[in-house]
Design a protein around this ligand. Structure first.
Ligand code: SAM
Ligand code: SF4
Length: 477
């Protein structure tokens, strides 16, 4: 999916950043069966592979990561994974709550599942993730006859539901990524200590909890040992990470260490108030760190940034970007922008357009403000000063076009360069493989190389969202 995108495009497994995690990590640690074997070796006991399950994920990479953990429980419990609801005994909808349309979308799926259940095709429905953690889930449970509702803090309860031994809570996050895969997410912190006016994350994911440095490094080593070549450090504000063990280490130190352990590293999402210059410089210094930065700005207007409680002014953001551009001249920069927050005037909007021009983003997620119940901005949206839908739509398109225009110009400069490309998604039928350059550009490349391999090819063309490479030279490595 391209990243210069609409607000709606950010549901259903977005390949780029965002969210979250629970306040305290009540993390699944299998209590283990009585014989001391692991949950995995206990696999087939609850019913053999005659049971089937379908997991559908909505939202960000954090949700994809949570789905991976639940997938492992389900497979351990002897279910076979299927792609269609009709073929599944158990359906898990792992959801996002960041915008209102996310809930509407999930309602559509729940309606269909409810019908399949009445017809005897689907037997159990589980609703998990951010909607599961929200108040609204109670009403959804009744209305759609849902069997299990879990928030983001108690996903481990799915284990018992599918017939595995119960799990215990622990305060030491032990959140395994996808071992054995070429790329894995590693959660380094959960929750968020900010209180942005529009955002539900603090209420559904709780306050920030950081994972100890040694614990993160152990997991990275384990992943690398099992074949992972690309590690992405995840969290709502990763750059706010501090070692909870009191070593005084900050995100810079963690990134530096991870970059020594893994062959390819990235991190998301960052908050401008926490981003240190030395971290930006580190991106340029280490050749294992992908040269891309996702730094959500939300608005170019200081008035709006204040109303949003973002904690920085637009010029401070601009200065961070200057440091990044200088440290990583070929790097890519992406951001999040909200248009139509209550109180946004035409002048505020023009300031956002000016910032977009100044920062020359390579891509951005542009969102129309969506009032989320319980947030400060949802209250403001009912007062005079709310931005009419037509105006928000126009501003949305103006920001989107400005971003695309800049991104297109920047991408065209890459034409003619030879790039080492990391293959992320294999060729699929006639569709080319999709890879990523060290500068973080998405590239379509004609290769049969497996995900996790590198090919070298010349960039022959460019659009606003992706580059197009020619035939690779030499063999994949
Ligand atoms: N923690 C990150 C940060 O502060 O930059 C972003 C996390 S947030 C879940 C992902 C993005 O969704 C935000 O950057 C914001 O642009 C968008 N977003 C969150 N709540 C929104 C709302 N109520 N309406 C529109 N966009 C929203
Ligand atoms: Fe939400 Fe703001 Fe926290 Fe990001 S920093 S998760 S936008 S409250």
């Amino acid at each position: 999916m391209s990243s210069t995108t609409t607000n709606t495009a950010r549901n259903d497994v977005a390949p780029i950043p965002l969210i979250e995690k629970p306040s305290r990590t009540h993390t699944p640690v299998p209590a283990g069966p009585p014989d001391g074997s692991t949950a995995a070796s206990h696999a087939a006991s609850p019913g053999g592979a005659s049971k089937t399950a379908c997991i559908r994920t909505f939202g960000c990479q954090m949700n994809v990561h949570d789905s991976d953990r639940m997938r492992r429980m389900i497979l351990d419990a002897g279910y076979a994974e299927v792609g269609a609801y009709e073929d599944a005994d158990l359906v898990v909808l792992n959801t996002c709550y960041v915008r209102e349309n996310a809930v509407d979308r999930v309602r559509g799926h729940l309606g269909e599942l409810n019908r399949l259940k009445r017809e005897g095709q689907v037997k159990k429905i589980a609703l998990t993730g951010c909607i599961g953690a929200a108040e609204e889930s109670r009403q959804l449970k009744r209305q759609y006859n849902i069997d299990l509702v879990l928030g983001t803090h108690n996903t481990y309860e799915l284990a018992e539901f599918v017939g595995l031994p119960g799990m215990e809570e622990t305060h030491t996050p032990e959140l395994p990524g996808t071992e054995g895969e070429h790329a894995a997410f590693v959660t380094i912190m959960t929750g968020c200590n900010y209180q942005c006016s529009y955002c539900v994350v603090p209420s559904v994911r709780g306050r920030m909890a950081c994972r100890p440095m040694e614990n993160v490094l152990e997991e990275v080593r384990r992943l690398v040992g099992s074949g992972t070549r690309y590690v992405t450090l995840l969290g709502q504000t990763v750059d706010a990470w501090r070692d909870p063990e009191g070593s005084g280490k900050r995100f810079y130190n963690l990134l530096e260490r991870v970059a020594e352990e893994a062959a390819r590293v990235w991190f998301t999402t960052s908050h401008p108030s926490n981003m240190e210059d030395r971290t930006l410089k580190l991106i340029g210094e280490r050749d294992t760190i992908v040269g891309k930065l996702h730094l959500p700005v939300q608005s170019g207007s200081d008035r709006m940034l204040k109303a949003m409680h973002r904690g920085y002014k637009s010029d401070r953001y601009r200065r961070k970007i200057e440091v990044f551009r200088e440290a990583v001249p070929e790097g890519t920069l992406s951001t999040d922008i909200i248009v139509g927050h209550p109180g946004e005037t035409e002048k505020d909007h023009e300031e956002t357009l000016r910032l977009v021009e100044d920062c020359s983003f390579d891509s951005a997620y542009v969102f129309k403000f969506s009032p989320r119940s319980g947030t400060e901005a949802a209250g403001l949206a009912k007062l005079p000063g709310a931005v009419p839908e037509g105006v928000a739509q126009r501003r949305f398109l103006e920001v989107l076009r400005a971003i695309e225009h800049n991104a297109f110009q920047r991408n065209r400069r890459k034409i003619g360069s030879a790039e080492e490309i990391y293959v992320r998604h294999a060729k699929n039928g006639k569709a080319r493989a999709i890879g990523e350059t060290w500068s973080g550009h998405a590239v379509h490349v004609p290769t049969n190389a497996e995900p996790g391999r590198y090919v070298t090819a010349k960039i022959e063309d460019a659009g606003p969202h992706v580059l197009y490479a020619g035939e690779p030279v030499g063999q994949p490595r």
